[in-house]
Write a protein that binds this ligand. Structure first.
Ligand code: NOJ
Length: 741
């Protein structure tokens, strides 16, 4: 049962009613209208892309001409003055935002402030690790703190709303947007979702340094068939509720002020027009009292889905479904009055949507403090405190995937660095880097320079800055350089544009000349460590086989290079754990640890659930991550009383370095009416252990977490035996049985 932290107090509700009573129909519909610079949302388009949009009929000739002439589409001051705009997408800069806000507050009839939103996903100017990376810290304080800092910097640029967190479960590494969320696990993503909402919104949403969060994309966007962005999701209701919805429920419970609808359809019904999502689940079951916005142009796209006859029909269906605000396609402002007159929608429906929008504006305190202090940015952007937090988050986000003892590196050995990504500052920022800049960012070479480490560097492949692709292998000088070095660091992976929105891939190996570089290093036989920069799991068995060490560094943001060196040279003990499974081959996708039991589980026998040409186990399992020390587990006990399950396990640091371990607890329901996942994460805990030290670690979770939806969609917790495992990752073999009465 959900327990939402409400944002609408009785006082706010009364103020909303008072204001609503004064509004004309045009002003009401204006509140539901969000405008932005491009029809695809907060993304800057190239000229060629604008042309393609025009050719595809996605924009009008007038919009094209405006864009090409460089006329900002956000200069819609008259519309703001007339109360025809409720929100802007992608206005940036305190001066610009204050100017628009002033027109809304001081020159419009009712003085209603604007919601000013942007994708502040992992930082505004100080960029933190991409969400998939940060999730690997399994650290809710880190999740919350980076969001709080992002909120402060966002306020400094005039914003009051972020389109984050993205809490879509992603099980398919081909899907580019896997980078934007916390990975494949519902529990971890739920913790991430709640922490992000707390971080952005704080204990009091109306505080001037907080912004409204937006849980997106509601729902099951990550279930896009084949991992192809914007594709349909065809999933059972049980999977929707058990896998994809829990993080959204957690975000709602934490008080997320807004939700964003997803682009995709679920079982044929576009999320934009799906009343089951907004009415039955979000407001009905979860008690949500915030506001729902569509994704960019998603209302108009209902026509392309083929479930609305035209833009007016799409607008009417969306509003009726509970979609409060139209992002960027003017379907509401152009059609709702007409559809009201035709009787297709009711005034009550319009009023309800306006109530939700106004409620968020009051809850944010915008009527009390609509403007921002223009001097804040200079003081806050990239300040020492923010940089230190970004470095700390980056250190904790890295995952040591393999290490035969090469790492940590000896500081005085002769080092060769290869791979163009080692010198790329901008690429370290990852997808959705808001106002992040390459020039503020440390790449791997900057990190080495800052420590005074001597090294030789050869790019061996280049990164094309125009289109962010990776070039061919250039072996010039490599053999000689390898001969002189004691060991090699190879920077491998993806550019920032190879993951994120509209960046699905049908091959998730290494692009360009990187495979040839790996082959050359393997042939040379010199010890080498691969440092990976990427926004998704990569299928890289050849790297695992050839390298002595593999460090997953993702796209770590502003402080990337420094943080990586902290780990490479042993100042920080790597403690990240994967929140996504790494397959050997792209063809294994979707590959995830918590799949349900089949009648023929994968095994050595031929007629079992597997590929003939791929190993049964993944390259790196969920939860995996090495350390510079080792941990031993023993004596697992588990009991259930008063609705809570409590497990205890002894964890010992058997190595020579103090370190933090992430203790993971997995469950499997032995006999159920529907096939259940082979393992599901139910709890985790962080424990700090000195060398040789051992601790008894307690992990608890609610008995209800053992439940599931039966075939008639009733949520049940069945008595019976459950397997419990505790350990270092999802392959943990320390086992106990819990008998639930
Ligand atoms: C489209 C993306 O799907 C969404 O995540 C984003 O918030 C909007 N564009 C606005 O930029």
């Amino acid at each position: 049962m959900s327990n939402r932290r409400k944002i609408i107090t009785p006082e706010i509700a009364a103020r909303v009613e008072e204001l609503l009573a004064k509004m004309t129909l045009e002003e009401k519909i204006g509140q539901l209208n969000q405008v932005g610079p491009t029809p695809v949302g907060g993304v800057d388009l190239t000229l060629a892309e604008w042309k393609r949009m025009l050719d595809a009929g996605k924009i009008t000739r007038a919009e094209y001409d405006k864009a090409v002439a460089g006329i900002p589409m956000d200069a819609q001051e008259d519309d703001v003055r007339a109360g025809r705009i409720g929100s802007f997408l992608v206005l940036k800069g305190a001066e610009k935002c204050n100017r628009m806000q002033r027109i809304a507050v001081e020159e419009s009839r009712l003085g209603i402030p604007l919601l000013l939103g942007l994708d502040v996903v992992h930082g505004l100017r100080t960029i933190f690790p991409i969400p998939l990376a940060e999730a690997c810290s399994w650290n809710e304080e880190v999740f919350e703190n980076s969001a709080a800092i992002a909120a402060k910097e966002a306020v400094a640029t005039g914003l009051n709303w972020t389109f984050a967190p993205m809490v879509d479960i992603a099980r398919d590494a081909r899907w580019g947007r896997i980078a934007e969320g916390a990975g494949e696990d519902p529990l971890l993503t739920s913790r991430f979702a709640a922490a992000k909402v707390r971080g952005f919104q704080g204990p009091d949403l109306s505080a001037p340094d907080r912004i409204a969060a937006c849980a997106k994309h509601f729902a099951a966007y990550g279930a896009a068939i084949g991992g192809r962005d914007y594709n349909s999701a065809d999933i059972s209701l049980q999977t929707l509720h058990e896998v994809y919805l829990p993080p959204f429920e957690a975000a709602s419970d934490a008080g997320a002020a807004t939700f964003m609808g997803a682009f995709n359809d679920i079982n044929g019904v576009p999320c934009t027009t799906n009343p089951y999502l907004y009415k039955d689940i979000l407001r009905g079951a979860w008690g949500f009292d915030g506001m729902v916005v569509s994704d960019a142009s998603a209302v108009a796209e209902v026509v392309a889905h083929g479930t609305a006859a035209d833009r007016g029909d799409a607008a009417a269906q969306s509003l009726a479904a509970g979609m409060d605000m139209d992002m960027g396609c003017r379907c509401y402002i152009e059609n709702l009055a007409d559809r009201l007159q035709r009787g297709e929608i009711s005034l009550q429906q319009i009023d309800d949507a306006v109530r939700h929008v106004l409620g968020v504006k009051f809850a944010l305190g915008l009527f009390e403090h609509p403007y921002v202090d223009p001097t804040l940015a200079d003081r806050l952007y990239l300040c020492a405190e923010h940089r230190a937090a970004a470095r700390d988050a980056a250190r904790r986000s890295m995952v040591l995937l393999k290490n035969d003892g090469l790492l940590p590196l000896a500081p005085d050995a002769k080092l060769l660095v290869v791979g163009g990504l080692a010198a790329e500052r901008g690429e370290m920022l990852g997808t959705w880097a808001a106002m992040g800049r390459g020039e503020d960012t440390a790449c791997l070479l900057d990190g080495l320079d800052a420590r005074g480490v001597q090294y030789e560097y050869l790019p061996c492949y280049t990164v094309n800055h125009e289109n962010h692709t990776i070039g061919e292998f250039d072996p010039a000088g490599l053999a000689e350089a390898i001969a002189k070095a004691d060991f090699v660091i190879a920077a491998l992976g993806e550019t920032r544009n190879m993951s994120g929105e509209a960046s699905s891939l049908c091959e998730i190996g290494l692009a360009g000349g990187q495979d040839a570089l790996v082959a050359a290093l393997a042939a040379a036989g010199k010890p080498f460590a691969a440092v990976l920069f990427n926004g998704r799991p990569l299928a890289i068995p050849h790297v695992d086989a050839a390298a002595n060490a593999v460090l997953e560094a993702w796209h770590l943001g502003t402080e990337a290079g420094h943080a990586i060196c902290d780990v490479l040279f042993g100042d920080h003990n790597p403690g990240g754990r994967l929140t996504v499974t790494f397959p050997h081959h792209t063809g294994e996708c979707p590959r995830y640890y918590n799949h349900v039991s089949t009648g023929r589980p994968a095994g050595e026998i031929r007629h079992s659930c597997k590929y003939m040409d791929a190993p049964i186990t993944p390259l790196y399992p969920f939860g995996h991550g090495l350390s510079y020390t080792e941990f031993a587990y023993e004596n697992l006990t588990v009991r259930e009383e008063n609705g809570m399950v409590t497990a205890q396990v002894t964890v010992r640091n058997t190595g020579a370095r103090a370190a933090e371990e992430t203790v993971q607890l997995y469950v499997h329901d032995r006999v159920a009416r529907r096939a259940r996942p082979v393992r599901e994460l139910k709890a985790f805990a962080k424990v700090w252990l000195e060398p040789g030290e051992e601790k008894r670690v307690e992990l608890t979770f609610a008995r209800s977490a053992l439940g599931y939806y039966d075939t008639a969609m009733h949520f049940i917790v069945e008595p019976g035996d459950f397997d419990i495992w505790a350990g270092h990752d999802s392959t943990a073999d320390l086992h106990a049985v819990l008998t639930v009465k």
